[in-house]
Design a protein around this ligand. Structure first.
Ligand SMILES: [Zn+2]
Length: 146
């Protein structure tokens, strides 16, 4: 089951200042705190099932206790590659269209080294996507008809 579709209790929705526990759906859940780099500390639920620190309960146990997965984990490798390739293009300034669009030019303030690294990563993903698509096409439609 996908955890984004399950009722959630988020740590940010609770007042945790000066407390060692909070009431979640009528149950008392212990808190833990970790120090932040710039001072202060961050509150976490301690999962009642496994005592692991977590920021989200579903609604009373962590996603690992309930065997829940993130939506991205349920996607196939082709969808994840497509999403990552478009994310890389977006970081270079492409805001619309898909992978069939020409590759975006280097953004004005980006270093060439960064641009070329991101472009190389995106092209590697796109090559894998096209390779998988070519593998499922009927033999007569490969390359010559594209
Ligand atoms: Zn747990």
């Amino acid at each position: 089951m996908i955890c984004e579709r399950v009722e959630q209790s988020r740590i940010g929705d609770f007042d945790t200042s000066g407390r060692h526990w909070v009431h979640v759906c009528g149950h008392r859940v212990a808190l833990d705190f970790t120090a932040c780099n710039l001072g202060g500390n961050r509150a976490w639920f301690l999962c009642p099932g496994c005592n692991r620190r977590c920021g989200v309960l579903y609604p009373l146990e962590c996603r690992l206790c309930l065997g829940l997965r993130y939506a991205s984990e349920a996607k196939g490798v082709q969808d994840r590659d497509y999403q990552q390739a478009f994310k890389l293009r977006h970081s270079l300034g492409q805001s619309s269209g898909g992978l069939e669009q020409p590759f975006p030019p280097k953004p004005r303030l980006m270093r060439w080294h960064t641009y070329l690294r991101i472009r190389k990563q995106a092209q590697a993903r796109e090559a894998r996507i096209l390779g998988r698509l070519a593998a499922v096409l009927p033999h007569g439609l490969k390359q010559s008809d594209a």
